[in-house]
Design a protein around this ligand. Sequence first.
Ligand code: ATP
Length: 233
Amino acid sequence: MLQLVNVESYYGGIHALKGIDVLVKKGEIVTLIGSNGAGKSTTLKTISGLVKVKTGNIIYNGQEISNKPAHETTLLGIAHVPEGRRIFSKLSVKENLLMGAFSVKNKNVINERMERVFHYFPKLKDRIEQKGGTMSGGEQQMLAIGRALMMEPDLLMLDEPSMGLAPIIVEQIFEIIKELNREGITILLVEQNAYQALQIAHRGYVIQTGEIKLQGNGYDLITNEEVREAYLA
Ligand code: ATP
């Protein structure tokens, strides 16, 4: 479904991705783990078109998408839930969700999608008029994921959905990620919470200073000595 081939990218003079290869097959949960500053967020931004690809290729469903702008990758079915959630804090839950369906004109379709979001996150329905910025961290994360679901993505990219959340909320979010995947959405998950991410992932990649250091299925990585020492300690 998605393939990154020798992808390099920069922030000015900073060489953030130094030629990475990543494969995400349809139906999988793939996780990228690694320390702070390793290049995980940059990988997602490069896929969604927020950071330029300097060299290499990004192929999505057979089509070259490197350097396509973010609104185009969105329309192709790639949803990116950024780190720190970035919901519209002054807008209500409903308005935030509507922003996710910006390209849809048919009201019935929008309502159906919103009901589906409420199926995953019933709390959002109870809080439909509440301003996004007054929600708890966990609710904001749910809203951010809900907004991404409003465009019915084929590939959902989540950047640190567990960040700053209480363990019980993290568990709920991971359960929902698994459920979304069971219902057919392919997931690319960036996490510092390597243990939990590897538990739900079919496969994973370890990124270190802009390069892929290790890859394997979830079980292999979780039991790998190097991974245990560096990321699961
Ligand atoms: P974290 O979990 O801390 O966000 P990460 O693995 O997602 O880590 P990235 O955010 O992708 O790491 O950062 C990769 C490298 O690029 C780091 O050296 C970082 O300092 C640098 N970088 C990231 N964003 C920018 C930016 N906007 N301008 C300049 N350098 C940046």
